[in-house]
Design a protein around this ligand. Sequence first.
Ligand SMILES: [Zn+2]
Ligand SMILES: [Zn+2]
Length: 109
Amino acid sequence: MSSPYRGRHKLQRLQKPQSNRPADEVVKELKQQQVNKPTYREQSLKIHGLICAKCAREFDLTNKHLLTVHHKDGNHHNNPSNGSNWENLCVYCHDDEHSRGILGDYLNS
Ligand SMILES: [Zn+2]
Ligand SMILES: [Zn+2]
């Protein structure tokens, strides 16, 4: 038995998704959310201090942007609040860690 509503269903399925907000409005909102909660980077710097875990170079407020947070297990979504998965590395050591890490991780496991 053919339904008289078949054509209508098809039309509904072709409708655009409801959200038609401009992309930069969405981006703005996401950024605001990030600002409101402290980032894992700030938490890690607080827990481990402004010092590189590898070369022991010390940082202060004027150059702390050179200090980055490395995830020990490589999983950026694994952020325990006690900082057990974080390591503060300066950008140079961090770079080094990753350039060798890709192969090194395989060799070590
Ligand atoms: Zn370093
Ligand atoms: Zn890293």
